[in-house]
Design a protein around this ligand. Structure first.
Ligand code: KG4
Ligand code: ZN
Length: 361
């Protein structure tokens, strides 16, 4: 089966083609194209929804065309003018996200579905971040599955950490996802972005703080670890932002050394909370796998600390750790097509609507 995936929930415009074999449950990434309006948002220090959607209208057709053209080079040819014979279904993000952005993808998917006579599989963007862990790629004609994701064993805990979400979910099996807890205010990525702005670092704050943190001391400032000991799986990061704000006001003149130290200390505070709460959930539900996903999962320190902790805990916690390659942590269409394959529910284009508030059931 071949699925065309489309993702336009925020500021990125992504299209992908994946090929799957239902016998061995593997997702092969054939093409993955992404157009970003990030440079425009860097100028304004954040995403302006109207600008994002306008850019997506410009990009969506060329990005889909590119994704289909790349298929020609890798497997059997596809006629870009009429790929109906090549594509079996169309997967598209229906929410959560910015309404204008979501509509660009949803309306395009509906049109293609009508013209090609192919079904649509609506995908929850948050499921997409989880299923980025199940995507494999072809390198020099050889199929490589990252982290041997086909070996993910259930039950599993997934931590989704992105710009809009911080959620812990329990996955009993494909299609059976139970929400355990989430952020009560700012998401982890949002905290990185807002603190980045306080430190005058370029947008988005996550990668900028990660870079600055490399030269800093994570123990220089003792920032709060909000809700680290709370008896639930909820998170809160707005207090951390306020603590940094106060510190920055006290310091008045920020020099590079202080920016590096604050960055390293903030990064460590966020990692500590994410790690402790995820491991607690993993123990409580005796899971066999832990999956990370979302833009913040691209953070190298976070990846390393999870890896390290799981190895140290191995005698009491027999858990395998999975994290997607960095380019599949941030928004992309491959994760959407992958989620569609593992949670395959076709709908007619007539029934498809965008839902900006979509969440876990
Ligand atoms: O998943 P994503 O691309 O979009 C959403 O669905 O929100 O995540 C974007 C978020 C931004 O807040 C960005 O600052 C953060 O992910 N991010 C990072 C890193 N790369 C992206 N945060 C920490 N370290 C990184 N390396
Ligand atoms: Zn996302």
């Amino acid at each position: 089966m071949r699925i065309l995936g489309i993702e336009t929930s925020c500021d990125e415009t992504g299209a992908t083609v994946i090929e799957t074999e239902s016998e061995n449950k593997k997702v092969k990434l054939i093409s993955n194209v992404l157009a970003s309006s990030l440079s425009l948002h860097s100028k304004t220090g954040g995403i302006i929804p109207e600008t994002a959607a306008r850019e997506q209208i410009k990009y969506i057709i060329p990005v889909i065309e590119q994704a289909l053209l790349k298929v020609r080079g890798s497997t059997r040819g596809v006629d870009v003018q009429n790929p109906a014979g090549f594509i079996d279904s169309i997967a598209v993000t229906v929410g959560p996200g910015l309404i204008g952005s979501l509509l660009v993808g949803v309306e395009t998917a509906k049109t293609l579905s009508y013209i090609w006579g192919k079904p649509i599989i609506p995908v929850n963007h948050l499921f997409g971040h989880i299923y980025a862990n199940f995507v494999g790629e072809i390198h020099n004609s050889e199929f490589i599955i990252h982290n041997s994701a086909a070996d993910v064993q259930f039950p599993a805990i997934a931590l989704i950490v992105s710009g809009g979400h911080t959620d812990l979910v329990l996955i009993k099996n494909h299609g059976s996802i139970k929400w355990l807890g989430g952020t009560r205010d700012d998401a982890a990525g949002e905290a990185f972005d807002k603190i980045g702005r306080l430190l005058n670092l370029p947008y988005p704050g996550g990668p900028s703080i990660e870079k600055a943190a490399k030269n800093g001391n994570p123990k220089a400032f003792r920032f709060p670890r909000p809700m680290i000991d709370s008896d639930d799986f909820d998170f809160s990061f707005s207090g951390l932002k306020t603590a940094v704000f106060r510190e920055v006001k006290t310091i008045k003149q920020l020099n590079n050394e202080t920016i590096f130290d604050i960055s390293a200390s903030v990064q460590q505070a966020i990692i500590d909370v994410l790690l402790v709460k995820t491991l607690r959930a993993a123990k409580k539900y005796k899971v066999k796998s832990i999956l990370l996903g979302g833009g913040v999962a691209a953070n190298q320190k976070l990846r390393e600390e999870f890896q390290k902790k799981l190895i140290t805990h191995n005698s009491e916690l027999i858990t395998r750790f999975f994290v997607p390659p960095k380019n599949l942590c941030t928004d992309n269409a491959a994760m959407i097509a992958s989620a569609a394959f593992y949670n395959y529910k076709e709908v007619s284009w007539r029934k498809l609507t965008a839902d900006p508030e979509l969440y876990f059931d």
